[in-house]
Design a protein around this ligand. Structure first.
Ligand code: TXA
Ligand code: MG
Length: 345
């Protein structure tokens, strides 16, 4: 049975945190909120504990985990060759939604690094995440707290509904702020490479460390199999419904989606539409608004996909979003959830 603690991030109950931290210290699994998505944590340095994470998620064992830390100093225990760019990134963006990949020290078990010679490290900014890592006193490996392949949970009710009974402890602590997972940046090569786009954008990174590349294999489905972050190879973020992205100018997209909604209705299929708030009155079908700014869309995207499942939607059409700023992360997640299916309107 899962031990559940409800905690308010603005008024943290330290006793509840300590109770959950004890579970982590004794090699058990605990779900907790972060500023990006909820994470499913265990002691990153304990192979047995880490195996429980893979089991709870049904995650392939070659997909490495991110190690979450409380203090920057811990980086030097976990990784070697901590270069100048890494130091600049830590100084500018930590605590916050960016993960850095460095060469690992032997203290990090292969189970945590998915057999790679590198380790992914992140210092989250969410108050509850920080407090539980601090109280546990150990680095915490934590993937997103969803069953492998499903959209990542951004709300307390998502994790509760999907993971209750699958883990030893669970902290329900409100909504995540950013809604897409952290940017994953590989700093082991001369030119840093984004392996997974996130809320810390390419543009923001380049201001601090100069030229940054985006893993070219993220562009399309075929190349995806070569992605440097093992997690990016797998089918991911998939609701039960079939997802399609509809691309083109506003009027064509509107006409095409409405035509498709009508055809599906005749076939007896329930059709959902995901769009910007300002476009909500243009469409028929079950509408889910994603917000108006790219930041809002990022924060609402996974929730929208999960909500579509709850409404038993069969087919989802989504508007397309630009790929600058956090749009890069949005389109990366949306394309994966759609299995790269795009309709040209
Ligand atoms: O925002 C986040 O990063 C959330 C919260 C909970 O912190 N965590 C998260 O973890 O998204 P996960 O396991 O769902 O995604 C980790 C990604 C995967 O694509 C994985 O393959 C990649 O990071 N990754 C981890 N270690 C790596 C390594 N050493 N080299 C390359 N990619 C790595
Ligand atoms: Mg994940």
């Amino acid at each position: 049975k899962t031990i559940i603690s409800k905690i308010n991030a603005e008024d943290i109950d330290l006793n509840e945190i300590k109770k959950q931290a004890e579970l982590l210290k004794s090699g058990k699994t605990v779900i907790f909120p972060t500023e990006t998505v909820y994470g499913l944590g265990a002691n990153a340095l304990d192979e047995c504990a880490v195996k429980k994470i893979y089991e709870a998620k049904g995650r392939p064992s070659d997909n490495p985990l991110i190690v979450h830390i409380y203090d920057e100093k811990e980086v030097y225990d976990l990784a070697k060759d901590v270069n100048e760019k890494a130091k600049l990134i830590m100084k500018e963006f930590w605590p916050g939604p960016i993960t850095i990949i460095l060469n690992k020290k032997s203290i990090v078990p292969d189970t945590t690094s998915g057999g790679l010679d590198t380790v992914a490290i992140r210092m989250p900014s969410h108050k509850i995440a920080r407090e539980i890592i601090k109280q546990a006193g150990i680095p915490i490996a934590a993937p997103s707290a969803n069953i492998s392949g499903r959209p990542s949970p951004t709300k307390a009710k998502h994790v509760y509904e999907e993971m209750d009974g699958r883990v030893d402890g669970m902290i329900l602590g409100g909504d995540s702020n950013f809604g897409v997972e952290s940017t994953v940046l590989d700093l082991t090569e001369d030119v840093p490479m984004i392996l997974r786009p996130g809320s810390v954008t390419k543009e923001a990174l380049e201001e601090i460390i100069g030229n940054v590349q985006l893993d070219p294999s993220l562009r399309n489905k075929e190349d995806n199999k070569k992605a440097k972050a093992p997690g990016m190879k797998y089918t991911h973020y998939s609701p039960n419904a079939q997802v399609y992205i509809v691309s083109g100018n506003d009027i064509n997209v509107m006409n095409r989606i409405n035509e498709l909604v009508k055809i599906n209705k005749e076939k007896g299929l329930k059709t959902g539409v995901m769009c910007l708030d300002k476009n909500k009155d243009k469409y028929s079908g079950e509408i889910i608004k994603l917000g108006n700014t790219l930041e809002e869309v990022a924060s609402n995207l996974f929730d929208a996909l999960i909500e579509m499942d709850k409404r038993k939607i069969d087919i989802i059409y989504s508007e397309e979003f630009p790929t600058y700023g956090v749009g890069q992360a949005i389109m990366n997640r949306l394309l994966k959830s759609a299995g790269y299916k795009i309709i040209q309107a």
